[in-house]
Design a protein around this ligand. Structure first.
Ligand code: FE
Ligand code: ZN
Ligand code: FE
Length: 183
């Protein structure tokens, strides 16, 4: 038996449902980040990395505020729905922190897990913006795109810091091996 053809009406309704679910998911994720970023800041040593994390914490608080506004625009109550993906990325990051010592290697781990976070956010905001556009939620779309832009910038900055960090780490390692040869 063929499935009953859906009316345009119910298709739009389904898209709206997954849009609202997605907003709740990223709302949970952003709130989890507000709690986690201070720990990453504490554990980082590179000054540029620390500054980047601190700045992004302020931005992340603003991302939560924007989502509060988005809930208002779409007439839904602001509430989070546990994001299993972000929960997993953060748990993995925490585990990696515990497996490293303070310094360039731990910084590398912090950068790596932060970039996983940013990539998750980029893909999520990209999808939600596409839904908002289709649903003609212009005000929500505007805010989602603004946050998307900031997540992309944060990711680019982390890539730049990673280059410097890894270069200095490589230099330190080669110095160490030179020293041990001298002994
Ligand atoms: Fe964010
Ligand atoms: Zn999720
Ligand atoms: Fe972010």
């Amino acid at each position: 038996m063929k499935p009953k053809e859906k009316t345009t009406d119910s298709v739009a309704k389904n898209l709206r449902d997954i849009f609202v679910d997605g907003i709740k998911d990223i709302y949970w994720a952003e709130n989890a980040l507000v709690k986690t970023l201070p720990k990453m800041f504490e554990n980082a040593t590179d000054q540029r990395l620390k500054t980047a994390i601190k700045d992004h914490l302020e931005q992340t608080k603003e991302h939560v505020n924007r989502l509060d506004q988005v809930f208002g625009f779409i007439g839904e109550k602001a509430e989070g729905k546990k994001c299993l993906a972000m929960d997993g990325v953060l748990k993995e990051g925490d585990e990696m922190l515990q497996e490293t010592q303070e310094g360039a290697v731990r910084d590398a781990v912090i950068i790596a897990s932060s970039q996983k976070v940013e990539h998750y956010e980029i893909t999520t905001y990209g999808t939600l913006a596409a839904y908002a556009k289709t649903l003609d939620e212009r005000d929500a779309l505007d805010l989602l795109l603004r946050t998307l832009g900031e997540e992309k910038k944060a990711d680019c900055l982390l890539s730049t810091i990673a280059d410097t960090n890894l270069n200095s780490q490589a230099m330190a390692t080669s110095l160490q091996s030179k020293n041990s040869k001298a002994v």
